[in-house]
Structure formats: C-alpha cells, structure tokens
Design a protein around this ligand. Structure first.
Ligand SMILES: [Zn+2]
Length: 303
C-alpha cells in the first residue's frame, strides 16, 4: 500500500528570510556545521521522549520525533506506520523546538490536529519560530569567528580565568568549554526587559549583549553575566518529572550564589537596569548622572 505522504507546513510559520539573515549574522559559529556537542545530543534525547509522549497523548496515535536542521521547513509531519499503527513522524528544528515550553508543545499538538484551522496555535508557533530563528547563527557563516574582544571589555581573558577558577572540573571530560562572543550592536525594541546574555546549547556559544560593552558598566558586572551563562554550559537544562525544562535549577542557583560579587551585582542591576534598557534602545551610552526628573524628585525628597 502506498504511503500517503503529507508535509504539513504552516503557511506563515517561517521567519522572514531577510530578518533571519540580518539578525542571525550576529552569532559566530563556535562549532563546525554538523558537529553537534555531547550536551546537545543528551538534551535532544530527553526532548525527543518528552515531545513524543506529549504528542502521543494529545493526538492519541503513535508519534515519532526527529530533530533536524531545516530552516525553510522548521516543522513538518507525515503519516507513517509506527509499531504497526497509523501514526505521525514529526520532524522539527532541534534548536527551535527541543527545549520549547509547554505552550509551544500544545500549539504543535493543535496544529497537527487541525492544520491551518488552528489559528491561535499557528500564531503561537509563528512567533516562537521567528524568535528562535532570529537567535540562530547565520546559516552560511560557517567559518565566522567569535568576537570576545569588545571596545571596552575583553571577554576572552575573563573567560579563561573563570573557566580555570570558578569552573575548574566542569569542562574536563566530554563537556567542552563554550565559545564566548559579544553580540552584534543593534537597537533593542523592548521597553521593559533586556536579555543581558544567552547560552546556545546547539552551538555551545555564550553571547553577551553589547550594551554591557561600555565604560559605565563595571567589569565585575560583565564578569558575573559571563559566569551565569557559562554556568548554563556547565549545567544544561534538565527535564523535570512533568516534562518541563528547568534552566535555573536549585543547584544552579546555589552555585550562582557562590560566585564572587553576587550581592553587589544584584544591587547594581536593580539600580541600573532601566538605564541599560534605555541605552540598548537608543543605541547611545548609558547615562551615569541622574536625569532632570530624578534630580527633581531627589530635590523634592531632600528639600
Ligand atoms: Zn540563565
């Protein structure tokens, strides 16, 4: 019997190519294409079990999950006989979906069940894919290098010291120390939040937001953000009993609390986060003096 093959592909569930290229160019690729790290493989093995369990329950048919690297079709599915029953083989982009939250898993289940009619689910997927794709390294930048040396802070010597002292023993075995780079300077749009650093399991690269690369940001603050992200490389996300990804486990937080400067880093962040966000939005240096309104408020307070 001929297998009925359907490639379900949400029409709009793709990142716009231009945006993807221009935004994706920021990350240097620390790992040659196709060479996946041990931690990626371990994370994906857990993820495959979580996904197939969740989708099998939701759709009441056997589901096989493959993680691929297709950017043009980040998620697709086809009917297949699995264990002698009619089921679905779902192929999804590993870096986009492996550690996706419950909301995204639910959306995939609805979308597989109803296709384009699942409007809300399609929207959730669109947004998720666009965001994750924008964070992926540029597809063609195979030999691009990491850029750890900023205009103000050099991350390379910082990382070498940290890995020797704070992470002694973490990267001795199969686990490789992550690549370190500054992100590309571009305006941030958010008024309320700012991601100061990120760790990409897929490429094993730690990236710091370039807003931190300015004289008003103390080196010890930059170093702490770097430590936090390197800790993610040392302690990759783990699935809990409910299949939720835990990025900041109690063990993670406990280790983080032992890092030098913990207290003053949080104090500095509380006091300066607003200025950092404004600096990232405007693309200008961070203000170090209080604004007229802050001066006025202070004047009122201390009058
Ligand atoms: Zn974190």
């Amino acid at each position: 019997m001929a297998q009925h093959l359907t490639v379900l592909e949400p029409g709009s569930t793709r990142a716009a190519p231009t945006r993807q290229r221009s935004r994706g160019g920021q990350i240097s690729r620390g790992v040659a294409k196709g060479r996946r790290t041990q931690q990626t493989r371990a994370v994906e093995a857990d993820a495959r079990a979580i996904w197939s369990h969740a989708l099998t329950e939701a759709l009441e048919c056997p589901i096989a999950i493959d993680f691929g690297r297709s950017r043009s079709a980040p998620i697709q599915a086809r009917h297949e006989r699995i264990d002698g029953r009619d089921g679905l083989r779902v192929r999804m982009h590993g870096a986009v979906f492996a550690t996706a939250p419950d909301e995204v898993r639910d959306a995939v289940a609805k979308w597989l069940r109803s296709g384009r009619r699942a409007r809300r689910a399609g929207k959730v997927l669109d947004t998720w894919i666009a965001e994750r794709m924008a964070d992926l390294p540029a597809a063609r930048a195979k030999s691009s290098t990491l850029r750890p040396t900023g205009q103000c802070h050099d991350l390379a010597p910082m990382a070498v010291k940290l890995i020797a002292i704070e992470f002694a023993g973490d990267f001795d075995g199969d686990r490789r120390a992550p690549g370190i780079t500054w992100g590309t300077r571009r305006r941030s749009r958010s008024r309320h939040s700012l991601r100061l650093g990120s760790y990409d399991v897929e490429t094993n690269v730690v990236r710091l937001h370039p807003v931190l690369d300015q004289p008003a940001v103390p080196a010890w603050f930059v170093r702490f953000v770097l430590m936090h992200e390197i800790l993610h490389a040392a302690m990759p996300p783990q699935a809990d009993a409910n299949g939720r990804w835990v990025h900041h486990s109690p063990e993670f937080r406990a280790r983080e609390r032992c890092f030098p400067d913990y207290a003053r880093v949080h104090e500095w962040e509380k006091k300066n986060l607003g200025r950092l966000i404004a600096s990232a939005r405007r693309g200008t240096a961070m203000r170090t003096k209080p604004s007229p309104i802050e001066r006025w408020v202070q004047g009122e307070l201390y009058f």
